[in-house]
Write a protein that binds this ligand. Structure first.
Ligand code: SAM
Length: 280
């Protein structure tokens, strides 16, 4: 089943959280000279047209990126992320939103590598076209979870692995844990970043419990909620689970989440969280 299209959701509050964390991790990896691999298991189309039919139909970006990208008091933790958004929208109008592969492309250095997989028959060709002229990148129409076995460890022995499935199938909630364990077994020093939606809180508790029981250490959980948990209203929050986070990430997210909450959830119905599922 491949009915999910990210173009309906691009730039929403969940993308803002995910891409903030992604850009902070890449910025931290850039601090060391040695090149690294950026592996995006569920890469999407790469670029999303916000004036297109899909994004206009839901208007989700209006309550996400549109609320923050031109704020004057932008926290420094958002600078690299927002610089990617601005690079795509140079005339001051918000027409395009960069997906995770474009954010990586903007922030990676000439010596780093990108490995991007996407399965959807419409989104994959768009992704491939975006990266046709980028020698650092390899795109494949392939199963993302499989990459956690076949692409790890990278030759450079440094890397960020973003795992961002649509969770349209309930089995994704189990597949992400299995995939993380398989990836970690091969590449225990990599930075793994898993995105999750809070639709049923129990599903996320199960992921956290399974990771806690796995024996893996240094697992950080970051969350931004827009409404109280409920099993009736779809996604009420989203989060990132990061294995081996850069040492500054916890503090950076503690700094920036209150600002994001204020701007993205002005109604005051939201919450934030930064806590260790398993510490050092
Ligand atoms: N990571 C993207 C970003 O942040 O811009 C968004 C990805 S979107 C949430 C999930 C994507 O996974 C969809 O484009 C979907 O077509 C794709 N997908 C679904 N199942 C997949 C699989 N098994 N392997 C690879 N991609 C898959």
């Amino acid at each position: 089943m491949l009915s999910y299209r990210h173009s309906f959701h691009a730039g929403n509050h969940a993308d803002v959280l995910k891409h903030t964390v992604q850009s902070l991790i890449i910025t931290a990896l850039n601090e060391k000279e040695k090149p690294f691999l950026y592996l995006d298991t569920h890469a999407g189309a790469g670029r999303y047209q916000l004036s297109g039919e899909h994004a206009e139909r839901t208007g989700e970006y209006l309550e996400g990126i549109a609320r923050i990208w031109q704020q004057d008091d932008l926290p420094e933790e958002l600078e690299s992320y927002i610089s990617c958004v601005k690079a795509l929208n140079q005339n001051g109008k918000l027409r395009y939103y960069p997906g995770s592969p474009l954010i990586a492309r903007h922030l990676l250095r000439p010596t780093d590598k990108l490995s991007l997989t996407e399965l959807h028959p419409s989104d994959y060709p768009m992704l491939r076209n975006e990266f046709q002229k980028d020698d650092r990148a390899r795109t494949e129409r392939a199963d993302g979870f499989q990459q956690l076995k076949s692409k790890l460890p990278p030759p450079s022995r440094r890397g960020l692995i973003l795992i961002d499935p649509p969770y349209e199938m309930k089995s994704d909630y189990q597949a992400v844990v299995k995939g993380l364990l398989e990836g970690y077994k091969r590449f225990g020093t990599g930075v793994f970043a898993l995105w999750y939606p809070v639709v049923l809180r129990q599903q996320i508790k199960r992921i956290c419990n399974e990771l806690e029981a796995s024996g893996i250490r240094r697992i950080l959980q970051i969350e931004l909620g827009v409404r109280p948990d409920s099993d009736r209203f779809g996604m009420t929050a989203s989060g990132m689970i990061v294995i081996n986070p850069p040492w500054k990430l916890e503090q950076q997210m503690n700094n920036v989440l209150p600002w994001l909450l204020k701007h993205l959830v002005p109604a005051g119905t939201g919450h934030t969280k930064v806590s260790w599922i398993v510490p050092e």
